[in-house]
Design a binder for this molecule. Structure first.
Ligand code: BGC
Ligand code: BGC
Ligand code: CA
Length: 299
């Protein structure tokens, strides 16, 4: 048995780190800091961090097949050119909801961009309810609303056989599943596969491993949990040294390292002094499981 090890890989902390994505070709981890309007790229070989500032909150980032990246900025889907730090809008959503912003997003196995919105918060997880929605940006440029009346659209991933879409609306305290049609991208038949326990707090970002188990970052819970969506049970808990753990993805050589983002916003000065690593990016090794490569936007 290997032993689980946790280290922070970037010393600069984020206010609300999110959307970790492993980019194999640059041996790098991409992630965002939502309120700072920044996207980061940490090179695991040189340990250098590059950044890209956009004009609004940036809540998710993804690799684009044709080069560069795509991201959700404010209520827009954008294309990014990292070389000259330029961005262009692909389309926008929630035009009737001035107080909304995008939150988590990820590319599906066919290259579509799934991303959801939420109302702006008064304090972490305190907001006007049911204002968000889950959208899908197709490679053609069309955008469709898939789920309406969402509180905080969050973690998402797809089963290994591409037949199930897993989704988290944080304030439901549940991890849900939908039937998923790879060919059309349609989802149907929503059900809960896991109900959060009290000490796990709020379900946030999520990723799947090659055994089909889900890793969920627990906001306020200071942990990632590994769930079996078939039995609705928790298989493992890995505690982190700070409570606002926000999202996770597998990366590194063979996708055997789990990267976890975290936040420092929302911690009072007392908690901050007791959690000096709040807002950092963590790498967990020795888990004995692997993840899958991220998909790339096909548009
Ligand atoms: C959001 C935060 C929110 C947290 C907990 C994150 O994905 O970006 O604003 O406080 O989830 O629900
Ligand atoms: C792309 C593939 C790529 C895969 C990585 C897909 O979205 O179409 O080219 O190999 O993502 O998992
Ligand atoms: Ca999130």
């Amino acid at each position: 048995m290997s032993s689980v090890k946790i280290e922070s890989v970037v010393l600069d902390s984020t206010r609300c780190g999110e959307s970790p994505v492993w980019e194999e070709k640059s041996n790098s981890l991409l992630y965002v800091d939502i309120p700072s309007k920044k996207i980061f790229r940490w090179n695991s070989l040189t340990k250098q961090v590059q950044d890209f500032t956009v004009d609004s909150t940036v809540s998710s980032v993804a690799i684009r097949q044709s080069g560069g990246y795509v991201a959700t900025v404010g209520t827009r889907f954008c294309a990014l050119n990292w070389e000259d730090r330029s961005s262009s809008d692909l389309c926008s959503v929630d035009k009737d909801k001035k107080n909304n912003r995008f939150n988590d997003g990820k590319i599906d196995p066919a290259g579509r961009y799934f991303a959801g919105t939420m109302a702006e918060e008064i304090a972490p997880a305190v907001l006007e309810r049911h204002q968000g929605a889950l959208y899908v940006l197709f490679p053609s440029g069309n955008v469709e609303k898939y789920v309406d009346h969402v509180d905080i659209s969050n973690g998402l991933d797809w089963s290994m056989d591409h037949k199930i879409f897993y989704y988290i609306d944080s304030l439901s305290y549940s991890v849900d599943a939908f039937d998923y049609d790879l060919h059309t991208g349609k989802i149907a038949n929503r059900r809960s596969v896991y109900k959060m326990e009290k000490e796990e707090h709020i379900p946030d970002g999520m990723c799947i491993d090659t055994e089909g188990k889900l890793w969920v970052a627990c906001y306020n819970g200071g942990r990632v949990i590994r769930l079996d969506p078939e039995t609705g049970t928790r298989l493992q808990t890995v505690k982190l040294p700070t409570e606002k753990t926000t999202s996770c993805c597998f990366g590194g050589k063979d996708y055997s390292e789990l990267y976890v983002t975290s936040a420092r916003d929302g911690l009072d000065p007392d908690k901050l002094s007791r959690q000096p690593e709040a807002g950092r990016i963590f790498k967990i090794t020795g888990l004995g499981v692997k993840g899958v490569a991220p998909h790339a936007f096909a548009g």
